[in-house]
Design a binder for this molecule. Structure first.
Ligand code: ASP
Length: 346
């Protein structure tokens, strides 16, 4: 074939391909949901200013992630960007604002998962990482492992050029007051010879929780999920919750759904919550609303497993079930305006 005719044909084919790829992208669903923790969130304890400030931060986080998706970016980037906003805010139990261990320091956990191929990365018990979700992502992308903990994770961070920060960067007065109250209750229980586990179990839920997370579907049909936390107030040092455990606190696979959890981590680990929800969608053809409701309300609630999840599926549907009196949450999709809520009646 004449060379210039060949070149013309190839470039016409390329233009047709890229316009069809573009039009597929422009008609594809995309969606994001975020949470800032579930627990006993009492309306009466909120001043109007606090109420507004929490909602504004949730809105900022969900819209930061949404913008990434709207511009054709990847769900992994949307999840990371949204979680960074929440980690950098002192209102939530992740990064700045993380809860204290019984011993008075902060130990952070985080994980991220790519729904395309089940690649995943996690860090557990890190004390000097400003944005643990970013380090979890580096573990996924730059190491051959899925989870790194403590000192090993921080050595890896240094190698990757992530600066280590002082642990007191995460200090906040409110979380410190919560620690003092929790310790008072725990120590009283110890003095009356109840075991630590039972006493910890009996702590009011709002002393303990407030993890952050995000799930997203991008225009290319790829799902991702991420979760970041300081864990639970007055936890033993070395305790690892569900947030960095793939399948428990975080799960994503393109064929079913993406889930990020918040709640009493020990239950979420034992009941493999995030993966169980996606398995019900995949093998039982349940909707995410059915699967989420079953696991949160039928499986966890009767055994005292308090908390909630955010879920998005590969069609852009969103579900945000929880069995506590509130969950900080927000969502937005190409067909749904920004939704921000805290209490269960919203
Ligand atoms: N799930 C977290 C943990 O157990 C706590 C939370 O979600 O608030 O570490």
């Amino acid at each position: 074939m004449n060379k210039s005719l060949f070149t013309a044909l190839i470039s016409a084919a390329c233009i047709t391909l890229s316009t069809s790829a573009l039009s597929a992208q422009s008609s594809s669903p995309f969606a994001i949901a975020i949470h800032g923790g579930a627990g006993t969130i009492e309306k009466s304890r909120f001043t109007p200013e606090q109420n507004q400030a929490y909602r504004a931060k949730l809105k900022e986080a969900v819209e930061t992630g949404y913008k990434v998706l709207e511009q054709g970016g990847e769900s992994l980037d949307a999840v990371t960007a949204a979680i960074n906003v929440l980690e950098n805010s002192p209102y939530f139990n992740a990064g700045r604002g993380a809860v204290y261990t019984y011993d008075g320091s902060h130990e952070l956990d985080a994980s991220i998962m790519d729904g395309r191929d089940r690649q995943a990365g996690a860090v557990a018990g890190v004390k000097h990482i400003e944005n643990p979700i970013n380090l979890a992502r580096l573990v996924m992308e730059e190491s051959v492992h899925v989870m790194l903990s403590g000192q090993g994770a921080e050595e890896f961070a240094k190698e990757q050029g992530v600066p280590l920060v002082e642990n007191n960067l995460f200090d906040t007065e409110n979380r410190y007051k919560a620690l003092l109250k929790a310790k008072e209750k725990l120590d009283k229980a110890k003095a009356t010879s109840k075991d630590y586990q039972a006493a910890h179990q009996a702590l009011p839920v709002n002393y303990k929780m407030g993890t952050v997370g995000a799930v997203a579907l991008d225009k290319n049909g790829n799902l991702a999920a991420g979760t970041s936390t300081g864990g639970m107030t007055a936890k033993r040092f070395g305790r690892i919750g569900d947030a960095p455990i793939i399948g428990a606190g975080t799960f994503a696979e393109n064929e079913s759904c993406a889930v990020s959890a918040t709640g009493h981590g020990e239950y979420f680990i034992r009941y493999n919550v995030a993966a169980d929800i996606c398995a019900r969608v995949k093998y039982q053809n349940k909707t995410i609303a059915q699967a989420g409701d079953e696991v949160i309300n039928d499986v966890l609630k009767p055994i005292g497993g308090t908390g909630g999840v955010i879920i998005v599926d590969n069609k852009g549907n969103i579900s945000l079930p929880f069995n506590t009196s509130g969950m900080y949450r927000a969502s937005k999709s190409n067909t749904q305006a920004t939704y921000v809520a805290i209490f269960d009646d919203e």
